[in-house]
Design a protein around this ligand. Structure first.
Ligand SMILES: [Zn+2]
Ligand SMILES: [Zn+2]
Length: 90
């Protein structure tokens, strides 16, 4: 479990540490929502409930394929990689 979490976090760290051509400042945090849009949310799972929370933007979600009913009312349906419909992925 811990290795999985670190592996997902590592995807975000290089973006913040590598300014590429433009030097990033505190405005990096403004683009956090954009990072989720481009790379997908960095989900952290909460065991048997099926509830997952994005460690970047904090949105709550669940996979309708894994958990038919939302574990909490405000959770929004996000298909996991296993249940993402192949045709609607693009
Ligand atoms: Zn997110
Ligand atoms: Zn699933």
């Amino acid at each position: 479990m811990q290795q999985n979490l670190w592996g997902e976090l590592e995807d975000c760290i290089p973006l913040q540490r590598r300014p590429s051509k433009t030097s990033l400042s505190a405005s990096t945090f403004i683009h956090i929502d954009g990072i989720c849009t481009m790379q997908g949310h960095s989900w952290e799972y909460f065991g048997i409930t099926g509830l997952k929370v994005c460690s970047v933007c904090g949105i709550k979600g669940f996979c309708p394929g894994c958990t038919p009913q939302p574990p909490v009312k405000e959770a929004k349906p996000f298909f996991c990689t296993e249940h993402t419909p192949p045709e609607s992925g693009v």
